[in-house]
Design a protein. Structure first.
Length: 338
């Protein structure tokens, strides 16, 4: 089988088409023909050599994908041939709280990822894709959507009528918006320009603040919420933006610190945090159960992940450059046309 792999160093210059032996499924394994993939910010962080987990070559990159089951072992019960499934990003985290032993393996680094013609997985390490989605859409879900789900519905619990403030318009932000909207929340987006305002409204945003680069946007949020603030905020950028998310969250509210798009060191004004008595939750992706719950919710509410751009495999470097440039709405997809 063919796959893309970093052979000697972790660099896009060393991402080469490689031949490996076809995997042979054991009794509880499924063999997938991979159809599509999605890039995440972590894939970019890994090639930039700036990720919080050590990864080393040889490595098949990219965490998110979807593939068709083409062979099953004799004891497999969860899947049938022909099913469209998504490998789980953290294969050993099935349910319950996160523990050191269930995050040892991570697809796309340090473990091999999805840029492969074939993938052989234990049947416990995959989730059936939503029936209304094609492979390119399903491939967007495992990291971003499961992280959003884990934050909004496991670490926290969004209730109908609550205000959820979501920063950004990228992969995590758009699916968090769709999920919070489906849960009956009032959703307010804060972005750094007005390019995607109409699209965010079409996805369910009740209000969009497009002055997210300005210092004082929390005042506008407070004005929109009768000076109360959001019950729940999702912060995807970290850096200097965390304190502003806290300032825009009501007293006793919850901030989900999910990402570091603006920097891995966050400025935290402790007086603001104390004044707001804020709880800050930090998520590491989600577990299989989160992804399964999400699949049911996506089917029920006909949620389709937003794909900003879909690249062919031979355009893989363009896809990384597109993600790095930023300013996109939703996620960056790849068709695995080996
Ligand atoms: N904790 C986890 O397990 C987990 C899982 C998935 C992702 N993440 C992290 O979450 C972050 C977002 O991921 P993603 O997939 O949504 O990435 P993405 O699609 O590239 O989107 C990046 C987002 O960050 C915002 N942004 C970038 N720089 C900013 C700044 N200086 N100030 C304010 N906003 C800024 C952008 O907002 P605009 O719309 O304003 O441009 C955009 O929405 C990344 O850091 C990623 O590593 C963490």
């Amino acid at each position: 089988m063919r796959c893309y792999a970093f052979s000697k160093i972790i660099s896009l210059d060393d991402l080469v088409l490689t031949e490996r032996p076809d995997p042979v499924p054991g009794p509880r394994d499924i063999l997938l023909r991979m159809r599509a993939a999605a890039l995440n910010f972590r894939d970019l962080a890994i090639v930039r050599g700036h990720y919080h987990v050590d990864v080393s070559p040889p490595l098949v990159p990219v965490s998110d994908g979807a593939g068709e089951v083409i062979q099953i072992g004799s004891e497999v019960t969860r899947f049938r041939i022909g099913d469209l499934v998504c490998p789980t990003y953290l294969p050993e985290w099935i349910d319950g709280p996160i523990r050191p032993w269930n995050v040892r393996r991570r697809l796309g680094g340090p473990s091999d990822g999805v840029l492969s013609e074939l993938m052989c997985l234990h049947e416990d390490e995959a989730v059936r894709a939503p029936r209304h989605l094609d492979a390119a859409e399903a491939a967007q879900l495992p990291v971003a959507a499961a992280t959003a789900w884990h934050s909004l519905f496991q670490l926290g619990s969004v209730r109908p009528g609550e205000t959820v403030l979501i920063q950004g318009s990228g992969g995590i932000s758009t699916i968090a918006l769709q999920l919070a909207h489906a849960a009956g929340a009032r959703t307010i987006m804060v972005t750094r320009n007005d390019r995607h305002t109409d699209a965010l409204r079409a996805l369910g945003a009740d209000d969009v603040l497009s002055n997210g680069a300005a210092e004082n946007w929390p005042h506008d949020l407070l004005n929109l919420t009768g000076q109360r603030g959001a019950e729940i905020s999702v912060n995807v950028a970290g850096g200097s933006t965390l304190t502003r998310s806290i300032a825009a969250t009501r007293m006793g509210g919850l901030v989900h610190l999910v990402g570091y798009a603006a920097g891995t060191i966050a400025d935290l004004d402790i007086f603001t945090a104390i004044r707001h008595a804020t709880t800050i939750h930090v998520a590491t992706a989600g577990n299989r159960e989160n992804l399964e719950d999400l699949v049911r919710a996506a089917e029920r509410h006909k949620i389709r992940p937003v794909i900003a751009n879909l690249f062919r495999l031979k355009q893989i470097r363009d896809a990384f450059a597109f993600l790095a440039k930023g300013g996109h709405l939703g996620k960056v997809g790849l068709i695995l046309d080996f």
